[in-house]
Ligand binder design. Structure first.
Ligand SMILES: N[C@@H](CCC(=O)N[C@@H](CS)C(=O)NCC(=O)O)C(=O)O
Length: 230
């Protein structure tokens, strides 16, 4: 690797999108310097390197050129370090399929699970749970097709979708806990539930996963805590 060898990652420990990039960096044994951002008071470096969205993660390569958006960063890492744990498959059609599901996960699943998701009505909560249940069912089918009876979306080794969805598991479980729900219910989505357990114990993800306290304080910082409905 040339100038890619000096990488800096602007992040926030509680962000699943930052954790996603860290997961990919770990899988690929790429060294980087981590810079913690305070999203309540964004640094000049963040504002100038991601002026469009002003969000983390941002990957800065050696000359400070920024790359924004977690999916794009993960793809970039896969391209600069293809020999170690290749994430996207080589077949163009399989790649397109992976990107389709990645978009589904980051739009549909993330919006249902977003910590800022607010509904003050019990019916609203129930509707969201129902939609999350349906989304999990859809992902169960996608997993069965993609994994071909193996442990991961990527087959025998961690693939792109394992990174994309794997990095959201901690937040999904955290929000589930507040809402008395279980997205990865073994009775409803047995294969997905088994996958979630398996990937969560993967060292490269474990070391990129924030603890419960980090999630709680981030959630509190968003100032949206409400007790779960009973
Ligand atoms: N689509 C973006 C989402 C990144 C994102 O939402 N980052 C949040 C932290 S989890 C952020 O920086 N929020 C700051 C803000 O909204 O001002 C990605 O995949 O990188």
């Amino acid at each position: 690797m040339g100038k890619e060898s000096e990488l800096k990652l602007l992040g926030t420990a509680a962000s699943p999108f930052v954790n996603r990039v860290q997961f990919a960096l770990n899988l690929k044994s790429i060294k980087y310097e981590y810079i913690e951002e305070n999203l309540a008071c964004k640094s000049e470096l963040l504002l100038t390197s991601n002026p469009v969205h002003k969000k983390v993660p941002v990957l800065l390569i050696a000359d400070q050129t920024p790359i924004c958006e977690s999916q794009i960063i993960v793809e970039y890492l896969d391209e600069i370090q293809p020999d170690l744990n290749q994430l996207l498959p080589s077949d163009p059609l399989d790649r397109a399929n992976c990107r389709f599901w990645a978009t589904y996960i980051d739009t549909k699943v993330r919006s249902l699970n977003h910590p800022c998701r607010k509904t003050t009505r019990k019916e609203g909560q129930e509707a969201i749970k129902k939609q999350m249940m349906e989304a999990a069912q859809v992902l169960e089918e996608a997993f069965i097709k993609s994994s071909n009876g193996k442990a991961y979306f990527g087959g025998d080794q961690v693939g792109y979708l394992d990174v994309i969805l794997g990095s959201l598991i901690t937040w999904i479980k955290f929000i589930d806990g507040l809402n008395d729900f279980n997205t990865f219910d073994e009775a409803r989505v047995p294969q997905l539930a088994k996958w979630a357990k398996h990937i969560a114990s993967h060292e490269a993800l474990k070391s990129a996963t924030p603890g419960y306290e980090t999630l709680t304080s981030f959630y509190d910082m968003l100032n949206i805590y409400r007790p779960p409905y009973k």
